[in-house]
Design a protein. Structure first.
Ligand code: P6P
Length: 353
């Protein structure tokens, strides 16, 4: 007899029993996201065969990056599945310059949904795993409609976070702060079934993930850190294996399950880094921390950073705590000028809504 079959709904329901005040709203919201994941997975599977969904959309997002047709599809799918459920007061997508209001004719709820609809989408046409990243905050302002202040919250206030990864199988990973749990889509029944309960990042780590093509542009401390990871500079420990897929969600997922560090550091010409604080880094750092790991901007815990604008970028070092703290050590030791400059950037006052 197979072990008990646990769907996302059953898993959250069983966990929620410990929180009598839980209303089931969050369960339903996570279920809506699971449905969006199934829809996006189906299209991603077909991308290779379906030119109407493959390739560039001919538009660019607010960063000037070419949008892929699947980016646009995933973005609109997540919005449409969540704009009428009375669970959200606002949304924010990596693909839109401003926060997304709930249409006037729909009821508003107590949560805010932040998402990157399709991370790594430039890899779709070469059949590399991509993913959807989401983070959920509770509304903190008065009134019905969500505002920028409800979105610009530090990651330590997150209520839940997770991601879907569209790879050799489709998985949904989530945490509500009570462990990190993984579900694998069984396409024969169209359900996500519990496959990885209470994930903990294993020690010792195995991998390091970074784009060493940019090494020349990194600060000295980050270059020394990278040499340390390779066993070239330091106490002569065995080198970690290099694995860089070019799709953060795929690198993060492998490191979550097998141990390792992913970093997309600041560069001389980009002191703020590339990764988006609100739609990517907060969610992954909340997940990493709930799996025994850690997410840092090179100075300290990313979950402590008070965002000051919607599309704020951040350097990101994430994975095994031991490896991320080692990065902070090298940066503290060698990159004081950058530390001072970046600290001033990240501690700016929040932009007016
Ligand atoms: P590069 C995708 O755009 C992304 O944000 C991550 O998924 C990925 O790790 C990184 O950028 C790849 O960027 O500059 O190494 O090609």
């Amino acid at each position: 007899m197979s072990s008990k079959i646990v769907t996302i709904e059953r898993h959250i329901f069983e966990k929620q029993k410990r929180f009598p005040q839980a209303t089931g709203e969050l369960t339903a919201l996570l279920y809506d996201l699971a449905l969006a994941g199934k829809m996006i997975a189906a299209e991603t599977r077909r991308a290779g065969l379906n030119s109407s969904i493959q390739g560039a959309a001919g538009t660019t997002n607010i960063y000037g990056e070419d949008q892929q047709k699947l980016d646009v599809y995933a973005d609109s799918m997540i919005f449409k599945l969540n704009d009428h459920t009375n669970r959200l007061c606002a949304m924010a997508s990596e693909e839109h310059e401003d926060i997304l209001q709930i249409p006037a004719h729909y009821g508003k709820g107590n949560y805010v949904l932040l998402f990157d609809p399709l991370d790594g989408s430039s890899n779709i046409d070469v059949n590399v795993s991509v993913g959807t990243i989401f983070a959920i905050h509770r509304k903190i302002t008065k009134g019905e409609t969500g505002t920028l202040a409800d979105v610009l919250q530090p990651g330590k206030r997150l209520v839940a976070a997770g991601y879907m990864i569209y790879g050799s199988s489709t998985m949904m990973i989530y945490t509500t702060g009570d462990g990190v749990h993984g579900f694998t889509l069984d396409p024969s029944v169209g359900e996500f079934l519990l496959s990885h309960d209470d994930i903990r990042i294993p020690e010792p780590p195995k991998f390091y993930s970074c784009n060493q093509g940019y090494e020349k542009q990194w600060t000295y401390g980050v270059r020394r850190y990278t040499k340390w990871l390779q066993g070239i500079d330091g106490e002569g420990h065995a080198p970690y294996s290099a694995r860089y897929i070019g799709s953060m969600i795929a690198d993060f997922h492998r490191n979550l399950l097998q141990g390792g560090v992913y970093y997309y550091p600041h560069e001389m010409s980009k002191p703020q880094g590339k990764i988006r604080l609100l739609m990517e880094a907060q969610a992954l750092a909340f997940i990493a921390q709930n799996a025994g790991g850690y997410g840092s901007d090179g100075i300290g815990n990313i979950l402590d950073v008070q965002p000051h604008k919607l599309h704020q970028r951040t350097p990101l070092f994430i994975g095994n705590r031991s490896l991320v703290e080692r990065a902070e050590h090298f940066i503290r030791q060698h990159d004081q000028a950058w530390v001072d400059e970046y600290r001033a950037y990240r501690e700016q006052a929040a932009v007016e809504a």
